[in-house]
Ligand binder design. Sequence first.
Ligand code: MN
Ligand code: MN
Length: 475
Amino acid sequence: MAKKSKGKELQEALTHKWKNVWEVIEDDEKEKVFEINEEYKDFLDKGKTEREAAQEIIKIAEEKGYISMDEIIEKKIKPTPGTKIYANNKDKSIALFVIGKEKLEKGMHIVGSHLDAPRIDLKQFPLYEDSGLALCKTHYYGGIKKYQWVTLPLALHGVIIKENGEKVHISIGEDEGDPVFFITDLLPHLAKDQMEKKMGEGITGEGLNLLVGSIPFKDDEINEKVKLNVLNILHEKYGITEEDFTSAELEIVPAGKARDVGVDRSMVGGYGQDDRVCVYTSLKAILDVEKPNKTAVALFVDKEEIGSVGNTSMESKFFENIVSELIYLTEKNYSELIVKRALANSCVLSADTLGAFDPNYPEVLDKLNAPYVGKGVTIVKYTGARGKGGSNDANSEYLVKIRKIFNDNNVVWQMGELGKVDQGGGGTIAYILANYGMEVVDCGVALLSVHAPYEIASKADVYMAYKGYNAFYNA
Ligand code: MN
Ligand code: MN
C-alpha cells in the first residue's frame, strides 16, 4: 500500500466529517434498524392523538412491569433501585421512571418529548348545514400550513364526555371500511382570485370546514334536515346529542397508516412524527433500562405545539409534583430542598424534531450546520430566533458530556440548527426544564416536511435516537 501523503494524514487527524449511518453500521445492526421501525410505524398508527399515544404508552409500560404512581402512593410502596413507575397526568401526559442506584437527590437522567402534534380540532359547537351539505367548524391546533389540509382523507379522533360522566371514545376513518372526511378546495377553473393570493391566505382558518354528510332526514315539516340526519346517526351510534359537543375534544388528523418511503424503504412517512418519533424512541430506550446509576425518566408532555401552556404541558407542576412524591417515599425526612436538589442536579435531553436539509429548499439552511437525513440523531445547542431569542443555549460542559456518551457507545450523531440565521426559528420544552437548573440540550430526529400532514424520517435516524437515549440512560 502506498504511503499516505503528509496532507492526507493531517486531514484525517484534524478534520471532522459527519457519517452516514447506513455506511457505518454492520448488517446485524441494519436488521435492527428495520425491526425497530416496524414497531415505530405501529406506534404511530396506534397513537394518532396525544390521548391515544398516552394510552398506548401506559399499556406498553404496564406490560413491562411499570406500576402506577397512584398504586405506589396508595400502597405506600417504597421505590428501590430498579423499581419501574409510571405517572399519568389527565390521560395526556405521562412520566416513566426507573429508579436508579444513586439517590434521587443526585439528579435524574431525563429524556423529554411531546405527545401532541399539529392538527385540526372541531369547535365546541361545530355542526351546521349549508346548501344541502353538513359541515363542521374547526380551529386548527399548532403551526400548520392550511393549504396542506384540503382534499386529503381525514379521520376524526377524540372523546365526547356526556353529562352522566360516560366517556365516548371516537375513531372514525382509520379502518379500511370506515368513511373518511374531507375539507374541500376550489376547482382550478374558478380559482383565479384564490391563486393570486399569498400561500398563507389562499385557504383561511375559518374556511377549514369539515364535510360530514349530505343525506336529508325525510320529513317535510323540518328544516336543516341534513344536519339532523347526521345528529341522528351519531345519536344511534354513540348516544350523543348536539349539546355533548360542548364537552368533547375531537381532533381531525390525516387518515391512514404510516408507510415506508423510497424504493430502498429507508424512510418512514407518517402523521405526527413531530414529536412521536422522539416519544417512541425514548420510550423504547427506557424500556431497555433495568437498574441505572441515575434514576431514568422518560417524560411525555402535551401542548408543546401551542407554547407549553396548560395543566398537561411542560409548564405545569406535574413533573415537579411527582418528583416530590418520590422524594417523600424514598427519604426519611422529606424536604423541599431535596426536591430542588434532585431537579437541579438532573441532566436532560430535550427530545424534539427539527427540519432536515431539503435539497428542494436549500436557501433556508446553512449547509455546514444543517442536520441531514440519515446522518444520525441530531444535537441542537440552541434553537430560538433572531439572535437565539427564546433559546436554551446548552453549556459546553454539558455538550461534551453528551458527545462522549454518544461516541463511547457508537451512536451516530450530528450537530444541527433550526435554520439559517434570521430565517425563522422555533422552540422546544428545553428552556422550561433548564429553569430548574438542570443541564439541558435539544437532541432529536431531523425530519422532512415538518408539521405537514405526512412527515418523513430516516429509519437510520430513528434507530440512532433510540440508541442515543438508551446510552444516556445507562451512562
Ligand atoms: Mn416538536
Ligand atoms: Mn412542532
